[in-house]
Ligand binder design. Structure first.
Ligand code: ATP
Length: 453
């Protein structure tokens, strides 16, 4: 396969989205706002990455751009014309491959062409060419169950290429694959795209991997906040093929890391919003995970570069950042740009014996983790020191989708149990205050809320 890389400057606007907002109905009957005021354009011939953490609305935005779901506000235009339904000039590649198990590779690839009425001879020759281009030659008669994940995703790509789309939309296409397979397939995708014969003219890829975004994109749009907005647009002017070890590549990765941790260099501190369980959710980190992170940072001399650490641990951003966020929420780590530093409280927690470390964790959780504080306060105000978990579920459903609300409660219970603040009785579905927590009531002084961030 010849590796001719696309070096054309971006052309005319292909897709534009203006003022996009999207809400979903929430379980309490209100609306869950997922996107707000999103503006973006995708031009002919460019690769755009939508980078953001889990839940930032990336997949939702991609589906809106494809015309698969309507926005609640704003509009999407394709070559200047408002999009009212699924855009036929767009092809999609999904993380889950989404192949038809009862069809062969060739039939799966032909499927879209058959639906759009392409004659048999043409669809077979186009499908065979696409299969060949993505390295699946010889597997035409195989069924999806006979293929490895990497091969199955090649079918996903072939099925998209064969449509000769103007725009290829990809939703985390490599994240279900092992690291090496993902790396290979990324390289091959870019080679096929460079040839321009089969691939889409433009690519928009959703990813939560910073390295993947820098590897592939001409522009990275950083999605974040709640509801999600585009928080930064970073052009990547690194010639292709890109060398991950080059200083320019590393500098771009560090810059995006700093943006995603939400702390540009020199600005670690408390956020402006008053902390509450709905505005300051608990990051996805268990007490055990936190202890592991602090241990590793101490082993690095108390300071570490986050992208290097992620690399070392073979973590991607979704694995590492919630841990870092949780450690920062509890004041165990501070973050400046892409550097993290252990704090005095972090050292103290690390060095403490088992009981002492539980007590200091309890102090930090009650003063700095809004949901834990809310639970302790509510339990203290109940006659029996116990409340049905549904009481807190109802509160959380006002700000989160069902699964996220449950996740928040599970995390709070893990943190509360570790600090011996409260316990959860699965039989009665009750959260019960512990004696330790009763002794912490002084920390629940309203003034102490300001210390949470
Ligand atoms: N059809 C839906 N109904 C209700 N809520 C939804 C729906 N689709 C998405 N959401 C919610 O919207 C939020 C954003 O989801 P989305 O999948 O767009 O985020 P994401 O950034 O792609 O996350 P991930 O990387 O985890 O896939 C989540 O809280 C999700 O639960």
């Amino acid at each position: 396969m010849t590796h001719v890389f696309n070096t054309q400057p971006p052309g005319r606007v292909l897709v534009s989205a203006e003022g996009i907002g999207k809400s979903f109905p929430s379980t309490d009957g209100g609306g869950l706002r997922v996107l707000d005021g999103v503006n973006l354009t995708i031009r002919e011939g460019e690769v755009v990455a939508l980078l953001g953490r889990s839940g930032s609305g990336k997949s939702t935005l991609l589906r809106v751009l494809a015309g698969l779901i309507p926005p609640s506000h704003g509009d999407v235009r394709y070559r200047g014309v408002p999009l009212a339904e699924a855009n036929p000039a767009v092809a999609m590649v999904f993380q889950s491959f989404a192949l038809m198990p009862w069809l062969t590779v060739l039939e799966n690839v032909e499927l879209g062409l058959r639906a759009s009425g392409v004659a048999r001879a043409e669809r077979t020759s186009r499908a065979l060419a696409a299969i060949d281009a993505i390295g699946l030659d010889g597997f035409e008669a195989a069924y999806p169950r006979e293929l490895s994940g990497g091969m199955a995703q090649r079918v996903g790509f072939a099925r998209a290429f064969v449509q000769r789309p103007d725009l290829l939309l990809m939703d985390e296409p490599f994240s279900a694959l092992d690291v090496l397979t993902g790396e290979n397939l990324r390289g091959e995708l870019m080679a096929v795209w460079g040839e321009r014969e089969l691939a889409g003219q433009s690519i928009c890829i959703v990813t939560h991997s910073i390295e993947e975004a820098v590897q592939l994109a001409d522009r990275v749009l950083v999605l974040g906040g709640s509801p999600g907005t585009i928080q930064a647009e970073i052009p990547i002017h690194i010639p292709r093929p890109r060398d991950k070890r080059s200083p320019t590549f590393e500098a771009a990765v560090d810059h995006l890391y700093a943006l995603l941790t939400g702390r540009p260099p020199g600005s670690d501190g408390v956020s402006g919003q008053p902390p509450g369980p709905l505005t300051h959710p608990l990051p996805e980190a268990t007490s055990g995970g936190l202890a592991g992170l602090i241990e590793i940072v101490v082993a690095h001399g108390g300071q570490t570069d986050l992208p290097d650490l992620a690399d070392e641990l073979s973590f991607d951003i979704d694995d590492l950042l919630p841990l870092v966020d949780a450690a920062r929420m509890l004041g165990l780590l501070s973050v400046d740009g892409a550097q993290s530093f252990i704090t005095d409280a972090g050292y103290a927690w690390h060095l403490a014996g088992i009981q002492e470390s539980k007590t200091s964790f309890a102090d930090l959780a009650v003063t700095r983790a809004p949901l834990v504080r809310t639970i302790v306060r509510a339990l203290e105000n109940s006659d029996t020191g116990a409340l049905r978990a549904d009481f807190f579920r109802d509160l959380l459903r006002r700000g989160f989708a069902e699964a996220d609300a449950e996740r928040q409660l599970t995390l709070a219970i893990d943190w509360g149990r570790y600090g011996e603040l409260f316990d959860f009785d699965a039989d009665t579905d009750e959260i019960v205050l512990s004696e330790v927590a009763t002794g912490l009531s002084a920390l629940l002084d309203p003034d102490s809320e300001e210390s949470g961030s």
